[in-house]
Design a protein around this ligand. Structure first.
Ligand SMILES: Cc1cc2nc3c(=O)[nH]c(=O)nc-3n(C[C@H](O)[C@H](O)[C@H](O)COP(=O)(O)OP(=O)(O)OC[C@H]3O[C@@H](n4cnc5c(N)ncnc54)[C@H](O)[C@@H]3O)c2cc1C
Length: 346
């Protein structure tokens, strides 16, 4: 039986903590209830919104339709050999708890992604990444149900067309699928990714000489706790904008005025050839434009992390979005670069 509730506050379900309402709201914890909820929305002609952990969305208004809160649970070993293990997690499993479980087993692959909020099912959508690792490198397949005709499909890694904070689920297939499970390939003899300087520094400070996946996970947790505001204390959605990726001519132009501007080379495959592009930290652009710590009523820019917009309490999503657009326009006028939101604006 579906328990569809009416006029439900979404404030507890979004990490910005903005007070909006869903006209209809249902929690689904198995696939048959999910299909019934889909049928109901179609029969009642109600627009559909899927809600995972609510850590990558900014509600600017009430949702005049059905919100489906996904709570599908479970994990199983799908395949295993001497070197690798494939683990299938249901979409509603908590991301960080799932990472900690893989770390406890001593399996490597997603330890650098510890403490990212949200659920398993949303991790592929924007190809979550942190501290030198992107989830695309461990994803074997993504199972999903079509919203239109409720047919199931398995997307293999290539089908997902992963890119930087990007996948087919944000482009051609946007809004067409409900992800129900994800299978990851993890290494039994982990190859650690220590490319990120802060991880090495943290391990050195802890006198860890031969790190394990558990040491990496703990180092990442410590770094994140020291740098990023906890949504339980101050409403936020993590990085609000993506780091812009530009051509060398843009870097050259900006470095004439800002010789200290940081940038990182990223390789992009174009028609089978590797082309160099450059990622500029959006946080540096926003900070240099003078926005860090800026406050506009109840919302603002975090005072230690310029990429994070915050709700100091009582702020609305519309206020956060208005501030984000002001920052976008200012950064564009100062640097000629248009910042794109990483967060889903609802
Ligand atoms: C403090 C903080 C730190 C963060 N750090 C990082 C980071 O380091 N790296 C990073 O990549 N991200 C980071 N994020 C962003 C966020 O955690 C990730 O994008 C996460 O994957 C979102 O998961 P969620 O379940 O909360 O998604 P939600 O916000 O619930 O949903 C995101 C989008 O997916 C849709 N959706 C939800 N569930 C499904 C489903 N099962 N099938 C299809 N569509 C669905 C929603 O409608 C929405 O459009 C951070 C966020 C916060 C608040």
């Amino acid at each position: 039986m579906l328990n569809i509730q009416e006029n439900v506050s979404l404030q507890p379900y979004n990490t910005f903590g903005v007070a909006v309402q869903a006209r209809f709201f249902v929690t689904v914890d198995d696939e048959s209830r999910l299909l019934s909820a889909l049928e109901w929305a179609q029969a009642e002609d109600q627009p559909l919104l899927l809600l995972g952990g609510g850590s990558n969305m900014l509600f600017t208004k009430d949702w005049e339709g059905l919100v489906i809160k996904l709570e599908l649970r479970g994990r199983e070993i799908a395949a295993e050999d001497d070197d690798q293990v494939a683990v299938r997690f249901a979409a509603g499993e908590n991301w960080h708890e799932s990472v900690l479980w893989t770390v406890e087993q001593g399996w490597g692959g997603i330890e650098n992604l510890s403490l990212i909020p949200g659920q398993i099912g949303t991790a592929p959508i924007q190809n979550i990444g942190a501290y030198g690792v992107e989830v695309k490198d461990t994803i074997v397949s993504v199972e999903a149900v079509s919203i239109d005709d409720r047919v199931k499909k398995v997307f293999n890694n290539k089908d997902c067309q992963f890119g930087y904070r990007d996948s087919v689920f944000k482009r051609a297939e946007k809004g067409k699928w409900i992800i129900t499970a994800v299978t990851f390939k993890l290494a039994k003899t982990p190859v650690l990714n220590l490319s990120y300087g802060a991880i090495q520094e943290t391990l050195r400070a802890q006198n860890v000489e031969n790190p394990t996946v558990a040491d990496i996970s703990q180092a990442v947790i410590a770094i994140r706790q020291s740098k990023l505001p906890d949504p339980k204390e101050i409403g936020n959605g993590g990085s609000f904008f993506k780091n812009p990726v530009v051509e060398d001519s843009v870097v050259d132009r900006l470095r004439e005025t800002y010789p200290e501007m940081p940038f990182y080379e990223v390789k992009k495959a174009v028609s089978g050839e590797q082309r160099a592009e450059y990622k500029i930290p959006a946080a540096w652009l926003i900070d240099t434009a003078g926005w860090k710590g800026h406050r506009a009523g109840n919302v603002g820019v975090h005072d230690r992390q310029a990429l994070v917009l915050v709700n100091h309490g009582g702020g609305t999503g519309a206020e956060v979005w208005a501030l984000a657009q002001e920052i976008q326009a200012d950064v564009e006028s100062k640097f000629g670069i248009r910042l794109e939101p990483e967060i889903n604006i609802i």
